[in-house]
Design a protein around this ligand. Structure first.
Ligand SMILES: NC(=O)c1ccc[n+]([C@@H]2O[C@H](COP(=O)([O-])OP(=O)(O)OC[C@H]3O[C@@H](n4cnc5c(N)ncnc54)[C@H](O)[C@@H]3O)[C@@H](O)[C@H]2O)c1
Length: 333
């Protein structure tokens, strides 16, 4: 299969390129490389490495590909507050345009990286794909708008699929610490404190970033009629956790670390438990490789290997918002 991956130089993308290449697929990657400084190890090279804004692609760039896996985005809730226009221009208009030119170029499958964060403050504790969405940020609104538009342009030749990913964690060669699990563990590792910004009560579905990449690969193989214009939650029912549970696992790994409630987020309104049955109905043989416990243990070992420091934690290198602010000029309007 010839696969066009956008955002292949981000956090999830490098795992995806590696899995696709080792399964024998031909891969074109497309990214503007906003987070080069966050690279901590070598990346598997795609066959074609395009350094290009997704909004500048034309149908010609997409010709000859069987599948698009669209990950490129401003993947950060606070950035959406700081500058919602950039989030809408890339995540919404950019994604819709990419889908249209993919369809025009004859690409049959379009896997869109959506997010469980569209459920926002969940109205119940078992949110499946039919649950009402409740977006709380420009980021989440952009994801819903794209799902709606792609549903409109789906037809028998064009099969968009919406992977509503749980919150990612774990080691990636393009690392980030602005995700709840990575943040709590890296903080305990470097400062000796597990700093919980909420009251610890909110629920989050969690998934290792490599398992997200595995779900993309697995779904690319499913016959179109089973997944056309379908939203699919990506994660596992048993991998919903309260933030305080995450903190307890950190403390198990680093017993000397103290749990501190900083209260800086007040009452974090993002609170949702998600149901993942649809994924396992479509892919009965699919299973996550990681539990939160095993993924955190791996990350703990990697932090030691990287010699991850307090400067790394406080600095800009591994926090997307800080790098985005620094590199706003790299993002063409
Ligand atoms: N990380 C998570 O917890 C999570 C959860 C749910 C969904 N997702 C979604 O998965 C996707 C990947 O997430 P990630 O964590 O790897 O994000 P990331 O921020 O690490 O990577 C995004 C990549 O997209 C690239 N990019 C941004 N704008 C671009 C543009 N205009 N043209 C070309 N490239 C551009 C960046 O350079 C970066 O390499 C995103 O769509 C995100 O919304 C992520």
């Amino acid at each position: 299969m010839r696969v066009f991956v956008t955002g292949h130089k981000g956090y999830i993308g490098p795992h995806l390129v590696e899995l696709l290449k080792s399964a024998g697929h031909t891969v074109t990657g497309c990214d503007i490389n906003l987070f080069e400084e966050a690279k901590v190890a070598g990346l598997t090279k795609p066959d074609v490495d395009l350094i290009k804004d997704i909004r500048h692609l034309t149908a010609k760039d997409l010709e000859g590909h069987d599948c698009v896996m669209h990950l490129a985005a401003i993947s950060n809730d606070p950035m959406g507050d700081l500058n919602p226009e950039i989030t809408y221009r890339i995540n919404r208009e950019g994604s819709i345009n990419l889908a249209k030119i993919s369809k025009q170029a004859g690409v049959s499958k379009f896997l869109f990286s959506s997010s469980c964060s569209i459920y926002g403050k969940g109205i119940n504790n078992d949110l499946d794909e039919s649950a009402p969405v409740n977006p709380l940020t420009a980021y989440a609104i952009s994801k819903i708008d794209v799902e709606k538009k792609l549903t409109e342009i789906a037809d028998e030749h064009f099969c968009p699929v919406f992977l509503r990913n749980a919150t990612a964690y774990g080691y990636s060669p393009v690392f980030r610490i602005d995700l709840v699990v990575n943040n709590l563990l890296a903080c305990a590792f470097t400062k000796g404190d597990i700093r919980i910004k909420s009251d610890g009560e909110p629920w989050r579905p969690l998934i290792h970033c490599r398992d997200i990449a595995r779900a993309f690969v697995a779904l690319s193989d499913v016959p179109d009629q089973k997944v056309r214009a379908k939203a699919i939650n990506i994660g596992a029912n048993e991998e919903n956790y309260q933030v305080k549970d995450v903190a307890a696992i950190v403390q198990n790994l680093i017993p000397s670390a103290n749990i501190v409630f900083t209260g800086e987020l007040g009452n974090d309104p993002r609170d949702y438990r998600v149901n993942f049955d649809r994924l396992y109905t479509i892919l009965p043989d699919f299973k996550l490789d990681y539990t939160l416990k095993s993924g955190m243990k791996e990350l703990y070992e990697k932090l030691k290997e990287m010699d991850f420091s307090e400067n790394d934690f406080d600095g800009e290198r591994f926090t997307r918002l800080k790098l985005l602010k620094k590199h706003l000029d790299k993002i063409p309007s």
